[in-house]
Design a protein. Structure first.
Length: 172
């Protein structure tokens, strides 16, 4: 039986895009170009935990081809979940909205603080490197015990315990 004909559970079946993916012919979002398309590059945190005190993007904005620079001050403070599970109407089963598009309070190395938009990718990359940020570094928390210790610096606005769930079933 051909793998494409298999339909029962436990039998192999060929993904529709399998051959295109393994041969490198599959097209992804980054593979598409459109006339007049703009490019955006993030400005990311070089520190693991802290606050952006001041951000200067004048030099980046003055670069020919740069259309805009956005910081945490310019985008809505709308939290979203990063876990990547399907969204559900049942609020008890939703992932925790633990992140923002751009952040003043960075919680990991590489957290995004600004976005540079330009007419071409190279200009966007150059402009992102011209954005300067003054940082207030905070202690880095690397263990659950350190996060829950008395006097620990908060990683999240409501504290360091995002959610707690207890389960019990039978005699362990």
């Amino acid at each position: 039986m051909d793998a494409r004909e298999a339909t029962a559970t436990g039998e192999s079946c060929m993904r529709v895009d399998a051959i295109a993916k393994v041969t490198g012919r599959a097209r992804y979002t980054d593979d598409y170009m459109m006339a007049g398309m703009c490019f955006a590059k993030y400005v990311r945190s070089p520190i693991a935990h802290g606050y952006a005190i001041n951000i200067n993007y004048e030099q980046a904005k003055s670069l020919p081809g740069v259309l805009a620079v956005f910081t945490w001050e310019d985008v809505p403070n709308f939290p979203f979940a990063t876990a990547g599970h399907a969204w559900t109407l049942n609020e008890d089963k939703r992932d925790i909205a633990d992140r923002f598009l751009l952040n003043r309070h960075v919680r990991h190395h590489g957290d995004a603080v600004a976005i540079v938009v330009a007419r071409d990718e190279l200009t966007a990359e150059k402009a992102a490197l011209l954005v300067t940020v003054e940082w207030e570094e905070l202690p880095v928390i690397t263990t659950p015990e350190a996060a829950l210790a008395e006097g620990a610096v908060n990683i999240h606005p409501g504290g360091n315990l995002l959610k707690q769930t207890e389960m019990a079933s039978g005699d362990v």
